[in-house]
Design a protein around this ligand. Structure first.
Ligand code: URA
Length: 235
């Protein structure tokens, strides 16, 4: 697509209704060199329109649908995965395949509902053949995640798998090393946990197994959330 055509996609006439800020050519996310300043978006829907036209990295060329998120945009917990797979690319919704079904079961098992969580990913478009997103792709997509964090303003961020940890907080250690330990990032509490796809490949529930550890980590998340909710609001 010619860059002029890309610019046209973001004209207020082409995407309406849009507040003036998103029609500003300076904010058009056609290249990773174009910044997306904090406060650009006022809703996930608005951001989704940009993501579906985004070519900040090569993943835009092969996506069917950008996958922005599902759940409550005012949730207490923001869950971050790696990136969309085939089911997600087709539906435009995150975690709707087997790993997603397991994630939903895990949440249900600790009493968390759709109201408690918003679910998104480090990259919004499917990496071909479900490969791990590159650092360049994660960097290109990062402003969208930062906007999601700003809009949801969660009390806890659950980082599922090593890519989510690397993509958000920049820690490159393996997930087995860092899971279960709270990370403070930009004044927010983040909990790294196993990715549900990893749990699908490791079915044991024995003490010390990945599933058993996930259960411990989710208990820690729920306990922390209860503690935070019990604290009087500072204002
Ligand atoms: N795995 C992820 O990390 N994200 C999805 O949306 C689906 C599977």
């Amino acid at each position: 697509m010619a860059s002029d055509d890309q610019m046209d996609l973001f004209n207020s006439a082409a995407v309406s209704p849009q507040p003036a800020s998103t029609a500003d050519p300076e904010l058009i996310p056609t290249s990773a060199t174009v910044p997306i300043p904090p406060g650009t978006y006022s809703s996930m829907e608005q951001m989704s329109q940009h993501c579906n036209h985004c070519h900040r990295c090569g993943l835009g060329a092969t996506r069917t649908k950008a996958v922005v998120g599902r759940g409550n945009p005012e949730a207490s917990i923001l869950i971050v995965g790696e990136g969309p797979g085939q089911n997600e690319d087709e539906t435009g919704l995150p975690f709707v395949g087997k790993a997603g079904q397991l994630l939903d079961k895990i949440l249900e098992s600790v009493g968390l509902t759709d109201t408690d969580v918003f679910i998104g990913n480090i990259v919004k478009c499917r990496p071909p053949d479900n490969r791990t997103p590159t650092q360049e792709e994660m960097n290109a997509c990062r402003p969208y995640l930062l906007e999601q964090i700003r809009m949801v303003d969660p009390q806890i961020i659950l980082l599922t798998g090593a890519s989510a940890v690397k993509g958000l907080v920049g820690d490159k250690r393996g997930i087995t090393k860092i899971r279960g330990e709270w990370i403070e990032w930009e004044g927010r509490l983040c909990m790294p946990v196993f990715h549900p796809a990893y749990l699908l490949r490791n079915q044991s529930r024995d003490k010390g197994s990945p599933k058993w550890l996930m259960w411990q980590d989710m208990q820690a998340v729920c306990a922390k959330l209860a503690e935070l909710k019990a604290e009087p609001e500072l204002s």
